[in-house]
Design a binder for this molecule. Sequence first.
Ligand SMILES: *Cc1c(COP(=O)(O)O)cnc(C)c1O
Length: 361
Amino acid sequence: MKYGRTYNFSAGPAMMPEEVLEEIAAEVLNYRGSGMSVMEMSHRSQVFQQIADEAEADLRTLMGVPDNYKVLFIQGGGTVQFSMVPLNLMKNGVACYVETGAWSKKAINEAKKMGEVKIVASSADKNFSYVPDCSDLDIPDNADYVYICENETINGTTFFNLPNTKGKILVSDQSSMFLSRPCDVSKYGLIWAGVQKNVGPAGMAVVIIRDDLIRDDLDKLPIYLNYKTHADNDSMYNTPNCWAIYCCGKVFKYLIKNGGLEAMAKRNEEKAAVLYDFLDQSKFFTGAVRKEDRSLMNVPFVSPSKEQDADVVAASKAAGFDNLKGHKSVGGLRASIYNAMPKEGVEALVDFLKKYEAEHA
Ligand SMILES: *Cc1c(COP(=O)(O)O)cnc(C)c1O
């Protein structure tokens, strides 16, 4: 790889497209003749306004966001959304959550502080290694919404079929799969994503929310935690995360130029297949997730023992691969292979794992 960069399998912050980083580097001292860096620019300036407007417009194009949805850029990363969702959407004080792993558990714990949480399906019985059947959930009439973490970054599962919410609003945390495949926004009430997994730098979430879910009756809510504040002010109630908006905007343009989300999905399927095909035939490494629910973005796997896992991580680091250690809560190994990870990176990793297996099995 150029510039001495490594194949970085981090779950987030994670790799960004090299071409995008090059463009950012070229503009870092003087953005297009403005005489300043985007980091030094007033968020009220015309130059920055154009950056923000284009970022929103390009994201709308990419995802085909319908006109009756707002696109918001909100600080606080993903975690603030665990709180904002129940604070804004619990009208009756009842919400349904599907529990599929570490990140849905965090969302559940936060929602419990605001109201009654009904866990309508869970894969806790098998260590979150699959996505439970959500075709006939027991959803109470007064439920305000049904919440899923559509791709569990730590556990490596993904929803290939959305739950039957029986007419209730679907809320989805798409952080670790955002823009990895086409998405029919009209099926959701609210989609949110921390951008540092599959798009840009950390510290910001994109929220796509249907207009009618933005409420006028939440005066008691801290102003920054009210979606209405962000919607009414085009995500510029206060100084936004200008740098993240700028970098994400570049990635949106890059994705449009490279065929959009259909093309990304095809690339991601081919890329993930390289690793999964290897794991399926290996007698040494084992994938941690049920086949039909395997994430195309985060691939957790194990070797025969914890000690061996640690040795694989050390050897992979020495061979020029970074961040293959599984999350501290589950151990093992994990390769995060987001949009920006080239197929060659996954092929190189598989070559390494093959060689390791031959030497240690
Ligand atoms: C990383 C992640 C989060 C939390 O994001 P932060 O920006 O670190 O708060 C939430 N949900 C999912 C699925 C994630 O992968």
